[in-house]
Design a protein around this ligand. Structure first.
Ligand code: SF4
Length: 474
């Protein structure tokens, strides 16, 4: 029976599925090689792990076992996601916020932050700038404020889809915003969004209360924990989880993410579409020390263990991280990254190279252009992808999950990735990137055995390159 809170009606599956004492208990004690290898075998069979199994991997500190875990994650990444990396860009719409999160540059008590909400005209100008660089997938980001109502968010989404620049268009718009009630999600879903992201930030209640003042809407831990269950009940079947790593023990938080993913799978037949794992970064006016900061070494283990625990959930690595960390961590299971990102308000048209802390939520680690990131991916043998086919062909939520098992990636994702890459090479790439990209496309085609499907792919690539056709997909 759904109950209500001051902020609205909760979901039918609303109960506190984070048993802190049990999760801490799971992290106690030692594990041996046999236990670790049993769990790794289950992951390699592409079976999601439960919290108990995930804890076995989290407790494995022996360097040889850690390397075995990392290597298994690399292998699973190759087997499930191949060498595709999906690209997107963030677009910050407004940094007004009624909350006071102690780690955020947008917190209401930060008087030095330059507050701004883009007008629809300004949103269109940002989108044109992003389209002129070759982007096809965006995530719109909002503070929590009465101005950012569901109908405002929905209209922003419509503005983005309606904006064209030359051959440029945005084909998928995801949202990172405050938790909504059922009706709010329906309004936003009706505008055609892809994924709705709500990060719990931390699953540890005491830490949550410490960094999110109870007097603010975000202070309501349980309203936030239930947020994506409500979204799914309202028809938003692609949802995104996330934790801000560094607020509390990363092992505990990772177990929290696994519990959350299993809760959604159990009650809605579908786990999260994506999981994000941002690490704390410097933010304007934030001087406190964070004892749980995650080292680079632990960050690699974190991503690898997430990959092994939720084999079919997309893992998003953002430009918070430095290029060298991104380059390495991507091997362990990342499926999506942003590139050419600017997170200042109107940052795609009004800022020079230097970041402006008084206009952004945190400091970016990777400010390379989209073309630079694509070039590096190509050099590494990856296929940069702007694919949005599943979302636009209704292959979302549990329908997507069904497909994302045997052969789907090979028959749909890789061909679609190559088609969107060919579009980018034709319309936006620098000469060097174009040369590299055409070589990678040839190499990928040589890997595919002869078949009618391969012929269809070759035909589609030719139509993009010679007939100037766009948006051809499987
Ligand atoms: S983290 Fe989000 S909700 Fe918290 S202060 Fe920043 S913008 Fe507001």
């Amino acid at each position: 029976m759904a109950c209500t809170r001051t902020l609205g009606r909760l979901s039918e599956s609303a109960y506190d599925f984070i048993d802190e004492a049990y999760l801490h208990h799971l992290l106690e004690g030692q594990v041996d090689r046999r236990q670790v290898q049993e769990v790794l075998a289950k992951s390699l069979a592409k079976q999601p792990l439960d919290p108990e199994e995930t804890a076995v991997l989290l407790k494995a500190d022996d360097p040889e076992l850690v390397e075995e875990i990392l290597e298994t994650a690399r292998r699973l990444k190759r087997e499930v996601y191949g060498n595709r990396i999906v690209l997107f860009a963030p677009l910050y719409v407004g940094n007004e916020c009624v909350n006071d999160c102690q780690y955020c540059g947008f917190r209401r008590s930060n008087a030095d932050q330059v507050r701004r909400t883009l007008t629809f005209e300004e949103i269109r100008r940002q989108v044109q700038a992003l389209e002129d660089r070759g982007h096809k997938r965006l995530i719109l980001v909002f503070g929590e404020h009465p101005r950012y109502s569901p109908s405002f968010i929905a209209e922003c989404v419509r503005q983005v889809y309606a904006t064209r620049s030359g051959r440029g268009e945005i084909r998928r718009v995801n949202i990172n915003a405050a938790p909504l009630d059922h009706e709010g999600y329906r309004v936003v879903k009706a505008a055609g969004i892809g994924t709705y992201q709500v990060f719990q930030e931390t699953y540890h209640r005491a830490t949550y209360a410490e960094v999110h003042p109870p007097s603010t809407p975000k202070g309501d831990y349980f309203w936030r924990l239930d947020a994506l269950a409500r979204a799914m009940e309202a028809g938003c079947d692609d949802v995104g989880l996330g934790v801000l790593f560094g607020l509390y023990d990363w092992r505990f938080e990772l177990l929290g993410l696994v519990c959350h993913a299993r809760h959604l799978q159990k009650h809605y037949g579908c786990g999260p579409h994506t999981i994000s794992f941002p690490r704390l970064q410097p933010a304007q006016g934030v001087t406190r020390q964070w004892p749980h900061r995650v080292s680079d070494g632990d960050f690699k283990r974190l991503v690898a263990i997430l990959r092994l625990a939720v084999p079919y959930t997309g893992l998003i690595l953002t430009a918070r991280e430095r290029p060298e960390i991104r380059r390495e961590v991507m091997r362990f299971g990342v499926s999506q990254i942003d590139a050419g990102s600017r997170i200042e308000l109107a940052g795609y048209t009004e800022t020079a190279d230097a970041q402006q802390m008084d206009r952004e939520q945190f400091l970016l680690g990777d400010v390379r252009s989209l073309d630079e990131v694509i070039r590096e991916l190509l050099r590494e043998g990856d296929i940069p992808s702007f694919c949005t086919a599943c979302y636009r062909l209704g292959r979302t939520g549990e329908h997507f999950m069904e497909f994302a098992i045997p052969g789907f990636i090979r028959d749909f994702c890789t061909p679609n990735a190559l088609c969107t890459l060919m579009e980018y090479l034709q319309d936006y790439a620098s000469p060097e990137t174009r040369r590299l990209g055409q070589t990678v496309i040839q190499q990928e085609l040589e890997k595919i055995p002869p078949s009618p499907r391969k012929q269809m792919l070759i035909d589609r690539l030719r139509r993009i390159a010679e007939d100037q056709e766009r948006d051809v997909r499987f």
